[in-house]
Design a protein around this ligand. Structure first.
Ligand code: ZN
Length: 218
């Protein structure tokens, strides 16, 4: 199988898995399968981890980098996406689930302007200090947080200050964003960045900055 058709089949399998997983989870929610707030919160948080892992895996398949070494980044995407909900407890100043779930406002990590700021900051830092892995991490953080916000957005809308109010998104649009737009847009961003962005957090990167005058190149 050629590398292009191999990538295409990986993307197709992962996209189908993501759509099937999200559809099954929504069906479970609509049928009130989760019988307590604690179970529902645990299931919801695990869902964010699975979704972010699949979205990042689609991005890696686009890059032709879905190998055993990709496991680290896929796991990191899942952890970062799940960690977003920690802000409920921080804002409630309590470890009690009831307090965390009854906030009268959206806590700060659910602000969708934040991942944009993270990505932009790491891009600027990379340009200034030649730090390709940092921008890669910024891209991974952006994708992980946006996949969380998109999933939450079906029920609560997407909070994107300075725009006022929450932007509501349908379940179909949320699937399109998760399975198509976010991973492929991240791939396009990587391609546009060229060698400036690291090909992997664990991948050795070539120095992109030109050597200083008189510096020996070995
Ligand atoms: Zn959330």
């Amino acid at each position: 199988m050629s590398s292009f058709s191999s990538r295409l089949s990986q993307v197709a399998i992962l996209t189908t898995s993501l759509v099937a997983f999200e559809s099954a989870f929504e069906t479970a929610l609509s049928r009130d399968v989760f019988d307590s707030a604690a179970v529902k919160a645990f299931a919801d948080n695990s869902r964010h981890g699975v979704v972010a892992a699949l979205v990042w895996a689609i991005f890696l398949a686009d890059c032709g980098a879905l190998s055993s070494t990709a496991c680290f980044e896929v796991t990191l995407a899942a952890v970062l996406s799940s960690l977003v909900d920690v802000d409920h407890f921080i804002a409630a100043k309590s470890l009690r689930l009831e307090a965390a779930l009854s906030l009268p406002y959206r806590p700060f990590l659910h602000c969708s302007t934040l991942p944009l700021v993270v990505l932009a900051s790491t891009a600027v830092a990379n340009r200034l200090f030649d730090f390709p892995r940092l921008e890669r991490f910024g891209l991974l953080t952006f994708v992980s947080m946006m996949s969380h916000h998109t999933t939450d957005g079906v029920r609560r809308g997407v909070w994107l200050p300075p725009l006022s109010g929450a932007i509501t998104i349908s379940f179909g649009l949320h699937l399109a964003l998760l399975a198509f737009f976010i991973p492929h847009a991240a791939f396009a961003y990587l391609k546009l960045g060229g060698d400036r962005i690291s090909a992997g957090l664990l991948t050795p990167t070539a120095t992109t900055r030109a050597p200083f005058k008189g510096q020996e190149v070995v």
